[in-house]
Design a protein around this ligand. Structure first.
Ligand code: KIV
Ligand code: NA
Length: 264
């Protein structure tokens, strides 16, 4: 099986072949997702919520992400492996380089950081040092206390403009993938059209270059609550494998996400 690379994902964007992504935290689920044909697997700091049952991602540590990266890596042959950098683990460029290198050494192919303009120096520095970076804009859960809750971002013209500017600046700094979380469909489309790199949406409508879901949400087993933008694929399937097949099929065809999973 040919390993998915950033070149593969770039080509998929150019050919309008939608990129299907899931989170995973262990080897068994990662292997199942990989075998089904998931293109990218994220070891998300969502593990603080879905594995540990906390009400935010803020308590997750670099060692915890590294532990789960090592497990996921052992199950994956094909998918690109992306590791989240936890809250405050990239507050300064020096902290960022040290912690990103731990995650890469654990088996990640790329690290993901939440935020815009303040991150540009760290993004440039990571890439110069050989570490590919995925950006994350919109509802960035590590900033939940600043936002005052898990709320859709970029709803007014000024905030939308600022998000587009940040996305372009991050691309110029060298990010090779961008996650957009909980943003209006029209803004996610605009950003996906303006950027040359692939944009992966979650709660961002159907027009991004790919979709990602938290695995516990797609099986309807999350400890806390089920976000509006997610879909329980087990309801329509008899087993886990066929529910993942169905998710991939609906991402590729554009059937998921529907308007009921999106924001306007
Ligand atoms: O932590 C996570 O699972 C994520 C995805 C929701 C994109 O960041
Ligand atoms: Na995350």
């Amino acid at each position: 099986m040919k390993k998915v690379s950033l070149t593969t994902l770039m080509k998929m964007k150019q050919e309008n072949d939608k990129i299907a992504c899931l989170t995973a935290y262990d080897a068994s689920f990662a292997k199942l997702f990989d075998t089904c044909g998931i293109d990218m697997i994220l070891i998300g700091d969502s593990l603080g919520m879905v594995l540990k049952g906390e009400d935010s991602t803020l308590g997750v540590t670099v060692d915890e992400i590294a532990y789960h990266v090592k497990s996921v890596k052992n199950g994956v042959e094909r998918a690109l492996i992306v590791a989240d950098m936890p809250f405050m683990s990239y507050a300064t460029p020096e902290q960022c380089y040290a912690n990103a290198s731990q995650l890469m050494a654990s088996g990640a192919n790329m690290v993901k950081v939440e935020g815009g303009t303040w991150l540009l120096e760290s993004v440039r520095g990571l890439i110069e040092r050989g570490i590919p970076v995925c950006g994350h804009l919109g509802l960035t859960p590590q900033s939940v206390n600043v936002f005052g809750g898990f709320k859709v971002q970029g709803r007014n013209a000024e905030k939308a403009e600022a998000m587009l500017t940040a996305a372009i600046e991050l691309q110029e700094a060298g990010i090779q993938l961008l996650v957009l979380e909980c943003v209006p469909t029209s803004l996610a489309k605009l950003i996906s059209d303006k950027l040359s790199i692939p944009v992966i949406g979650i709660g961002a409508g159907p027009d991004t270059d790919g979709q990602i879901l938290v695995m516990h949400d797609m099986f309807g087993i999350s400890a806390n609550y089920m976000p509006k933008f997610s879909k329980n694929y087990l309801l329509e399937s008899s087993d886990i494998s066929s529910s993942v097949d169905q998710f991939i099929k609906e991402v590729k065809s554009g059937a998921f996400p529907g308007p009921e999973h999106s924001f306007e």
